[in-house]
Design a protein around this ligand. Structure first.
Ligand code: NAP
Length: 265
């Protein structure tokens, strides 16, 4: 059952200090009774909180890859009277040739983008089950459904997150906790290195602003769809990739020479 959009949200938002996270926080705050902002950079979270209106704002700063941070979020949520929304938005990306990518960078992307949201969801599920209707929204990526050169570890993590979202949604289908998945396409934020930005410009990749992504996120949140991928052409490519994967395979192969010009190795 989807949460009634007329109820105020009592939300945990990870990655709140980032480009997409901050834009979501600004739009979510007026719809919230409680908004718990999570990230490692406390100063950035405090600056964001200072500009938010209309709800009680709490901050938990810490590394989501550490259980202590997950426990601190749960304690904050419990002490604040409970939650009905978890947005797993925090993420990292490291654009690099896979063969020479340091193991630590591969591990960090899997830990941050996949293991941390899974464990945070598990940690908060008892609180989410305690309210009449709740939802978990995982922020994925087009690259989780459409493998792309230079993003092998990132794409693996985001594909895993999509699988996690679908499995858990089906596991909880007879409960009041909805599990949903929202996938942006390329967006102008700090997650993308200068090399990625140069490549996107050269390839004329469609790019969204974080504000546009946050607007689309709010519309998704108010609806009942289980999944949403942003961008008409990206949705089309994701579908073709499922049905006729040879077509994107050839199209991306044709881009490979260009991609290699920007790919750190
Ligand atoms: N921008 C894009 O092109 C794009 C496209 C598709 C999907 N996405 C997804 O959208 C989400 C938001 O990304 P963004 O573009 O807004 O990136 P961003 O501006 O770099 O923000 C990332 C956020 O995640 C937080 N974070 C990263 N690692 C963390 C950790 N270990 N513990 C706690 N917080 C952590 C960062 O905060 P601190 O550094 O303060 O910890 C920051 O608030 C990500 O899941 C990303 O994969 C982005």
């Amino acid at each position: 059952m989807a949460q009634n959009d007329t109820q105020p949200y009592r939300a945990v938002l990870t990655g709140a200090s980032g480009g997409i996270g901050a834009a979501i926080a600004e739009r979510l705050a007026p719809r919230c009774a409680l908004l718990i902002l999570v990230g490692r950079n406390r100063n950035a979270l405090e600056a964001l909180a200072g500009g938010l209106q209309g709800c009680q704002v709490r901050i938990v700063s810490g590394d989501l890859c550490e259980q202590a941070t997950l426990d601190a979020i749960a304690a904050c949520a419990r002490d604040s009277g409970g939650i009905n929304l978890l947005v797993n938005n925090a993420g990292i990306s490291s654009f690099h040739a896979f063969e020479t990518q340091p193991a630590a960078a591969i591990r960090a992307q899997i830990e941050t983008n996949l293991v941390a949201p899974m464990l945070l969801t598990r940690t908060l599920l008892p609180l989410l089950h305690a309210v009449p209707a709740a939802q978990v929204v995982n922020i994925g990526s087009v690259f989780g459904s459409l493998g792309y050169p230079g993003f092998a570890a990132y794409g693996a993590a985001k594909a895993g997150l999509a699988g996690f979202s679908q499995s858990l949604r089906r596991e909880l289908a007879d409960t009041a906790v909805a599990v949903r998945h929202f996938s942006p396409r390329a967006t102008r934020t700090a997650i993308n290195s200068a090399a990625v930005n140069r490549m996107n410009t050269a390839l004329r990749t469609n790019e969204d602003t974080p504000e546009a992504v946050a607007d689309a996120f709010m519309a998704f949140l108010a609806g009942t769809a289980a999944e949403r991928t942003l961008g008409g052409s990206e949705r089309f490519f994701v579908l073709v990739n499922k049905l006729l994967p040879g077509i994107p395979e050839n199209a991306i192969r044709k881009q490979l020479g260009q991609i290699r010009k920007y790919l750190p190795r």
